[in-house]
Design a protein around this ligand. Structure first.
Ligand code: TYD
Length: 198
């Protein structure tokens, strides 16, 4: 892949909308773009999604989640590594580190489990107060998932914000509580620094 761009953050942070906008922007400039996501619909990703849908306690199944999300990632990377263009991924190892650490696993351990995976060229962590994220989630009308609970999300937000200090990756924290236009403008500015027209 020519560039590997990741979006991560709380559920309800608006990743989907920003990814659609960035995809259009990059295609408009003549780039080949693949949008993908984790968990995938592969065997491990499906099992993980099943757990998220059926369980209520956000702290349960931490070990199983760590195992399934990392195995899913390993498989996913082999599928996308040869893509001849820009890859935009919705969630990546930042989710494993933040969510599974919030579930109670040691930070060193969740980082170690992901250390070998490809480092993105740039990562946007969309940050906003969990109260706003939850309001957006309830507007969607979908059933609440295991992790979509205020107390868990407060801790999760802190853990996402820590990643910039804990990892050496090129992480940009974006204020996702602003309007869509303002949020995309922050992203656009960073993208223009790393993408040259072709
Ligand atoms: P899903 O509903 O498939 O995606 P989304 O809600 O973002 O459209 O579920 C993703 C959930 O899985 C989300 O709550 C974050 C969680 N997750 C982890 O806990 N660890 C991980 O490594 C990944 C990739 C996701």
């Amino acid at each position: 892949m020519k560039k590997f761009i990741v979006f991560d953050g709380l559920d309800g942070s608006g990743k989907g909308e920003m990814i659609r906008r960035l995809e259009a922007y990059l295609k408009d400039k003549g780039n080949k773009v693949l949008v993908t996501r984790e968990p995938t619909n592969g065997r491990f990703g499906k099992k993980a999604q099943e757990i998220l849908k059926t369980e209520k306690d956000p702290k349960a199944s931490a070990e199983k989640c760590l195992e399934l999300f990392t195995k899913d990632r390993e498989e996913h990377l082999t599928e996308i590594e040869d893509y001849p263009g820009i890859v935009i991924c919705d969630r990546y190892y930042y989710s494993t580190i933040a969510f599974q650490h919030t579930q109670g696993l040691a930070l060193e351990r969740v980082i170690a489990a992901n250390i070998e995976f490809k480092t993105p060229d740039i990562t946007f962590i969309l940050d906003l107060p969990p109260e706003i994220a939850l309001k957006r989630i309830s507007k969607r009308g979908a059933a609440k998932e295991k992790f979509e609970k205020l107390e868990f999300m407060k801790e999760l937000r802190k853990n996402f914000l820590r990643l910039k200090d804990e990892l050496e990756d090129n992480i940009v924290i974006i204020d996702a509580s602003k309007t869509k236009e303002e949020v995309f403008e922050q992203i656009n500015k960073e993208i223009d620094k790393i993408i040259t027209e072709n």
